[in-house]
Design a protein around this ligand. Sequence first.
Ligand SMILES: Cc1cc2nc3c(=O)[nH]c(=O)nc-3n(C[C@H](O)[C@H](O)[C@H](O)COP(=O)(O)OP(=O)(O)OC[C@H]3O[C@@H](n4cnc5c(N)ncnc54)[C@H](O)[C@@H]3O)c2cc1C
Length: 480
Amino acid sequence: MNSGKADVVVVGAGPVGLMCAHLGQLCGLKTVIVDPTDGPLKVGRADALNARTLQLLEIGNLFDELYALGKTCNTSSVWANGGFVSRQSSWWEELEGCFHKHFLMLGQSFVEKLLDERLARGGAGVMRSVSAERVEILDGGCLTTLSNGEVISSKFVVGADGSRSFVRNYFRIPFEVVRPQMIWAVVDGVIETDFPKVPEIIAFQTDSSDVAWIPRESNVDRFYVRMDTNCFTQEEVLQKINRAIRPHSLRFQEIIWFSQFSVKESVADSFSVGERVFLAGDACHIHSVNGGQGLNTGFADAFNLVWKLNMVLNHGAPSELLQSYEKERRPVAQSVIETSGELVRSTKFSATGFHARDYVSIVQKRAGNITGMGVRYGEEGLAGTRVFDFEIHRGAQRTRLYSLLDYSQFTLLVFGEGEVDIAFPPFVKLVQVAPHRRLSGFWSESSPYRDRVLLVRPDSYIQSHSSLDHIGSLLEGMKW
Ligand SMILES: Cc1cc2nc3c(=O)[nH]c(=O)nc-3n(C[C@H](O)[C@H](O)[C@H](O)COP(=O)(O)OP(=O)(O)OC[C@H]3O[C@@H](n4cnc5c(N)ncnc54)[C@H](O)[C@@H]3O)c2cc1C
């Protein structure tokens, strides 16, 4: 039965697959997304969106709806043996070129629900209760066989099917897993406590640091508790929490999610097969939850990959462009694993004996990963860095640079006056920003890019740049 055609088949409707399909929809791609579950996640899992993700959400037209639902948090505190020790947030406050210098504490279920709704509204909702069972690579594309017997022909397949990825296993991509034998309980709930409650991430020190308190949206709080065995009760978890926060005490009025995870770390040997099949999210990298990077890294994969598929499919880009996906994302995945690995081990092993303080120091040292803002593609200079976000005006109206970017196109940002008299490929949008106030058109008096021209990729990294006199040279390499 040959029953469908698509540009891209997305295997898996976790957050990363949903984001891939959503971005595909923004680019006008025909996507088919399949998942064996009957609906988006309802509780649990990821709890924080970092500052870089918040910028990407603006480009994906998702920011306003999600931001309104979460709680902001930019502070890590240490509490030891019954007393407050320290409170730090400098690595957030010092971030440049962004408006939201904090985590947005918001459960993964809210993110999945919005994406799921957007896909349905766009007429390409998730095919539920169906899984991918076979993926063949043919000369011009792929054939994906589903568990309901349907066969979908597509140009590309994205395996966003989680840590046990069917796609990765099907193509026998090695995924060697390191297991440091650390097991954590995780509890989301509504609490009652006499502890002075603040919207901060708190690392507690007792003998080691085995309890962390994470603020969440509305009246929910989360606790991570290291148990180091997979056999424990809710009562034992609560005892550990109460030991950590003494002399205060805490009880749960309601438990919304109670789960456990053992730390596993791996990066897939390859992120793609034959420039036709790509892995994204947990399918190609897994690590401990410390630093809150799983969903954030997966979203950054999606933003890195989908515009490249679009350029190859619709704008004549050479298929070699797709090789840059793994080239750019593998080092990021590797450094995310190093960050979360160092963090989680510090909760148990400490040279100073003060695990909780070590933990916050590592957060500070690894802030580039944790905020997401330290990621760059390329060794040095402006090219490969994220374009800064700042205030831009259109006549009397105020907006921000990221609101002007369009995920389906490159943006040529010209920070200067004078006519721009060059021909553009159809996938480049011109935005000219004058250096002084004007009655109409864009202007900014605070641009860090005065008298420069930037060619910005759809995922908001700078592709290349020049002075105002050499605009034409920026587009020369773009004649695909
Ligand atoms: C306790 C906990 C706390 C976490 N906290 C954070 C945090 O604070 N911040 C953060 O960024 N991350 C966090 N994470 C990690 C985050 O949840 C994951 O990184 C994220 O869910 C990965 O998304 P994904 O879409 O890649 O994979 P998944 O969410 O695992 O989704 C994969 C999907 O693929 C589907 N699938 C599987 N096989 C098939 C098949 N054959 N055909 C079709 N579909 C298939 C599955 O049903 C699933 O829906 C946390 C995780 C846990 C467990």
